[in-house]
Ligand binder design. Structure first.
Ligand SMILES: *Cc1c(COP(=O)(O)O)cnc(C)c1O
Length: 405
């Protein structure tokens, strides 16, 4: 299928190009030392990860450890409460450790092992990426340093405890505002000092090349499984697919299975409290082109051109940019990016819990809310939603701030 001059028959071979660009987005905007490290990872990725041995081992891990394939559930009661449109969910909440993040963490950690690295390094904000990477590191017997802002460490006590139980070393970052941005800086600094012994594991389709490509490829298992399962269940393709977008990894994974199909694709960003800068994290909708954290994409900027403060009820979505592939897919019009606010999200969180017995992550609830909204206006057809994670981590927060509904 050719769409706006992009040939989706050969898309995964063509995008990104060899310099890591999706159109004008992506690239490797880091200093020379880190450039060398990225080159090493890129070369290792193309040789090791395409080898039969690596693929077979990853496939075995996906089955025996992660519990894949995750099922698709027909959300019949939710669908019937809205009209005739049938909504289905790809159940990444049933992936080991409760979210899609382990899909790329296991891939990255396996690559580290094949490269002979002893340690994995990452930053974490809300702690979800840290927990997933600590899980992978424990499985492979790798050391694991997770950089985390002091403020976030206080806020995310259960995830800090999980990382420590799993044997990770949680490194407290105290300078500046002591949140995610400072943690990213500290982790990159540590990495450039010890990159011979370790690899940096980015938590989404973000950062310098090869990470947006590599994380997408590791996540594409979601879309490949989902397409086959959906066809088996219904005999046809879904009319639309929906995923929430923070950095964009669960979305990139689901979309990868359907980009070359006549399927409408929607990526949903958090509108938070509203469209004023600082009240949301809808970077693709309101942002402009710019470079941060080593790549060129669409981002939310403050007056000085620096990454703007962002907000969302879902801590996994509050990042001031999105992956370069999403910026590209928006630009060519293959994927439509839209927004859902906090209130609609909490409503969907409760609807899915009450009507289907599934407590979704607040991040995923954004995608569910959008599917619910679409179902009311579409009239007929089917929608597949990526349920990126389970909501256990969010229950206390929801009850404290929104009460039982
Ligand atoms: C981290 C997280 C997200 C957001 O990350 P993406 O890279 O945009 O997928 C979404 N859902 C859950 C459950 C998460 O933990």
């Amino acid at each position: 299928m050719v769409f706006n001059n992009v040939d989706f028959d050969t898309y995964f071979k063509d995008y990104p190009n060899k310099d890591g660009f999706f159109g004008k987005y992506g690239g490797v905007y880091v200093d020379d030392k880190l450039k060398a490290a990225m080159k090493e990872i890129t070369e290792a990725y193309f040789s090791i990860c395409q080898s039969r041995k690596f693929i077979a081992e990853l496939r075995r891990i996906r089955t025996e450890f992660q519990g894949r394939p995750t099922p698709i559930t027909h959300l019949e009661r939710l669908s019937n409460s809205l009209g005739n449109v049938q909504i289905y969910a790809k159940r990444e909440d049933l992936n080991h450790s409760g979210a899609h993040k382990l899909n790329h963490c296991m891939g990255e950690a396996l690559l580290a092992k094949y490269m002979g690295k002893k340690k994995v390094i990452a930053e974490t904000g809300a702690g979800q990426h840290g927990v997933a990477l600590a899980t992978a590191a424990a499985y492979f017997g790798l050391e694991c340093d997770i950089y985390m802002g002091a403020v976030d460490i206080k806020k995310q006590a259960p995830n800090v405890a999980r990382m420590k139980i799993l044997g990770a070393n949680v490194v407290e970052v105290t300078h500046g505002l002591a949140t995610l941005k400072e943690a990213v800086d500290a982790a990159f600094e540590a990495y450039s000092k010890e990159y011979e012994n370790c690899i940096y594991c980015i938590g989404s389709v973000l950062g310098p090349h090869p990470f947006p490509m590599m994380v997408r490829d590791f996540q594409s298992v979601v879309g490949i499984e989902a397409r086959e399962q959906f066809m088996d269940m219904t005999g046809h393709l879904p009319d639309a697919i929906v995923a929430c977008v923070g950095g964009g990894s669960n979305a990139a994974g689901l979309f990868a299975g359907f980009l070359n199909d006549p399927v409408d694709i929607y990526g949903i960003e958090p509108l938070g409290r509203g469209p004023k800068l600082g009240d949301h994290a809808a970077s693709l909708k309101f942002g402009t082109e710019g470079i941060m954290h080593g790549f060129n994409s669409i981002m939310l900027k403050d007056k000085n051109g620096d990454p703007a403060p962002v907000y969302s009820v879902a801590s996994g979505l509050d990042y001031p940019s999105s992956g370069p592939e999403h910026a590209f897919l928006q630009e060519i019009g293959r994927v439509k990016y839209d927004v859902i606010d906090d209130e609609e999200t909490i409503d969907a969180f409760y609807k899915l819990s009450r009507l289907e017995g599934i407590i979704p992550a607040i991040e995923s609830s954004h995608a569910v809310a959008y599917a619910m909204k679409m179902a009311k206006t579409m009239g007929h057809g089917s929608i597949l939603v990526n349920l990126s994670g389970r909501g256990d981590k969010d229950m206390d927060y929801v009850i404290e701030h929104y009460g039982i509904r």
